[in-house]
Design a protein around this ligand. Structure first.
Ligand code: SDX
Length: 431
């Protein structure tokens, strides 16, 4: 990927150590510390990995200062405008934009894997009807390894390919079934003549008792939401998938681990938490109270949908997502929706507030995606499940890249131990 250019010198306890520096195609150099503990007997310390590169990768590049996001070198703004989700899936998986024939073959392979093993329908029945869709998805995706034994050997390239296509194809079906189950409606089977986003919307909103026509503006907005959430470098859930996969666990179990991590409100759960926050604010006149709470060091409250670990000026996905939000709101004619009115006024006040400017806090992708999904009629409980559908291709692409790496080793971080020193056991009568 990158070869040594220079080295960094570490002087420790009177000894001098040369640490190789590797230079990337784009972004900061890295100091290679793989031999540090063996040479100097010390660890580095970086909880949260804010200054740590965990791997080489060729898939996605993010520049937080410039607000730049590239997938295999292509800017997200161009992909969102000119491409569509399954083409972006092909790009993430195989590294290049497909020819027309390659795209047709890939879309056909995905289409032919959208149905779920019929026996899995019974697994849904084990959940309470009020189960959060994310709980169902973690369970059902983990259970796929009990049904698709012929694609769990991670050392077989053919099985890795089949597992990749199966995951991308089946996630919308699983998410739609989780939604239908929680509202007591029958499952709707995928239709092969529909595109990916239209198929998902139909599986969520159609009922057997009448025909369902997908609105092209909504399916375009849905496809754009899928495209904008597809991959994002080594974020928390992707790092979870990589760490789980480093032990050789099967891909379905590793994706289930990624779904579990994405669920958190600091990560993929933010779109749901954002809408719930907007509902709690309720009316525009209460926004200053919540902005004050967000600034209060003694109040754990944070503005959901604002801020980002990497982006420190703006989230390029949010810029595109905001355009889609305006299109969907115009279509649905719901600019009188109080929640959405609070969202627009909160955005205006936060962006005008010096605190958020100096902390570099701005609306992220989750702020606007929640608004669109709410306008489309999804319950907030489905927001993160939809994020998981989209991010599956990112998880799978990063998993394939890692598994194919001949340098692959099991991930095993160390620690700064600050617990008790050696001491002897004390019998209970002497405590
Ligand atoms: C995603 O990593 C990815 O790529 C994730 C993602 C992806 O595609 O995979 O982009 C998806 O997870 C987007 C982020 C969604 N999360 C939220 O919207 C939840 C709200 N945001 C925060 O929890 C927070 O901004 C994080 C977790 C997103 C980022 O936090 P950091 O980088 O760890 O920053 P920090 O917590 O150290 O905060 C820096 C300062 C702090 O103040 P000080 O201690 O310096 O005084 O900013 C403040 C924080 O208190 N701050 C906020 C805030 N976020 C940070 N204050 C109010 N509201 C917020 N949202």
């Amino acid at each position: 990927m990158a070869d040594d250019k220079t080295s960094a010198k570490l002087i420790l306890n009177g000894e001098e150590y040369d640490l190789p520096i590797q230079s990337p195609t784009l972004g900061p150099d890295v100091i290679d510390i793989r031999k540090l503990y063996g040479q100097a007997g010390v660890f580095t310390y970086d909880p949260g990995f804010t200054s740590t590169a965990s791997c080489d990768s060729t898939i996605t590049f993010i520049d937080g200062e410039k607000g730049e996001l590239l997938h295999r070198g292509y800017p997200i703004e161009q992909l969102a405008e000119k491409s569509h989700y399954l083409e972006v899936c092909y790009l993430l998986l195989y590294g290049e934009l497909p020819s027309a024939a390659q795209l047709e073959d890939f879309e056909d392979r995905v289409t032919k894997h959208t149905m779920l093993h019929e026996q899995l329908h019974f697994l849904f029945r084990g959940f309470r009807r009020d189960a959060p869709p994310m709980a169902i998805m973690v369970g059902v995706v983990g259970a796929l390894s009990a049904f698709y034994h012929d694609s769990t050997d991670v050392n077989d390239p053919w099985q890795r390919e089949v597992a990749s296509v199966r995951m991308i194809a089946k996630m919308p079906t699983i998410a739609a079934m989780a939604y239908k189950y929680t509202i007591g409606q029958p499952f709707i089977y995928p239709r092969n003549e529909l595109d990916y986003a239209s198929n998902f919307l139909r599986m969520c909103f159609a009922v057997p008792s009448e025909d369902y026509e997908v609105n092209p503006i909504l399916s375009r907005a849905m496809d754009r939401i899928f495209t904008l959430h597809a991959d994002h470098e080594q974020n928390a859930s992707t790092s979870t998938v990589r760490l789980a996969s480093s032990s050789g666990a099967n891909p379905f179990a590793c994706i289930a681990a990624g779904i579990a991590c994405l669920w958190g409100p600091a990560h993929g759960g933010a779109n749901q938490a954002c809408l719930e926050m907007l509902r709690e604010i309720g009316t525009v006149d209460r926004i200053p109270e919540y902005i004050a709470r967000a600034k209060d060091k003694n109040d754990p409250f944070r503005l959901m949908g604002f801020g980002h670990r990497v982006y420190k000026n703006f989230d390029p996905r949010a810029t595109v997502m905001k355009q889609s939000a305006d299109e969907v709101l115009d279509l649905m004619g719901i600019d009188d929706n109080p929640t959405l009115q609070v969202a627009k006024e909160l955005e205006r006040q936060a962006l005008d507030d010096p605190y958020f400017a100096e902390k570099k806090l701005f609306p992220n992708v989750d702020f606007y995606s929640g608004i669109i999904l709410e306008a489309m009629g999804f319950p907030t409980s489905m927001f993160t499940a939809i994020f998981a559908v989209s991010r599956t291709v990112g998880w799978i692409s990063q998993w394939k890249e890692m598994i194919a790496d001949p340098q692959l080793k099991i991930g095993r971080p160390r620690q700064l131990y600050v617990g008790a020193s050696l001491r002897d056991y004390v019998d209970i009568e002497n405590r």
